[in-house]
Design a protein around this ligand. Structure first.
Ligand SMILES: [Zn+2]
Length: 177
């Protein structure tokens, strides 16, 4: 526990764990109690069991907006004619293979369907994702400046949405800088 940035209120960090003692899980709960600082500051943590950092609320908002913009960009790409055509061409290319195993091999070798087992591929098939535009174009030996630039835009928005806001020095034990 310690003072908030304006020293008019308090910041409390609690390490919480479930009632049963054998549970290994725990999490941090950080609370800011100050009418003035509540407007300006918030907490950010990469995971519940990681210490939070005190950050500017405006930074949290920017991150949230980038994440929304990224989702919007994905939807925009997926609904574009160029993406649909790419997906159809990929299906046509896979249609040349004789078995699911062969299709799966082609996909994996091209860097598509990464991490997807043959078993899961047999069950679910593969649906082209926006993050796979580059390898799909490469596999098919085609170019699309439209899709490539859109994929790049999506990647930039994703990177922005993953930026960790800078921590504000509080000197409080349990808060990360
Ligand atoms: Zn304050």
């Amino acid at each position: 526990m310690g003072p908030c940035p304006c020293k008019g209120g308090t910041i409390t960090v609690e390490r919480c764990s479930p009632d049963h003692p054998w549970a290994k899980r725990f999490w941090f709960r950080s609370t800011l109690v100050c009418k003035d600082c509540e407007e300006e500051y918030g907490f950010f943590s990469s995971a519940p069991d990681k210490p939070a950092r005190l950050v500017l609320k405006i930074e949290l908002k920017k991150r949230e907006e980038s994440s929304q913009n990224w989702h919007m960009k994905l939807r925009e790409i997926e609904s574009s004619q160029a993406f649909k055509e790419l997906s159809e061409k990929l299906d046509a290319r896979l249609g040349q293979e004789r078995s699911a195993a062969a299709r799966h091999r082609v996909l994996v070798h091209a860097g598509l369907a990464t991490g997807m087992s043959l078993l899961r591929y047999r069950k679910q098939g593969h649906r082209l994702r926006t993050g796979e535009i580059e390898p799909a174009l490469k596999l098919l030996g085609i170019q699309s400046t439209e899709l490539e630039s859109k994929a790049l835009q999506a990647k930039r928005l994703w990177n922005l949405s993953e930026l960790v806001p800078g921590g504000i020095e509080t000197g409080i034990h349990g808060l990360e800088m």
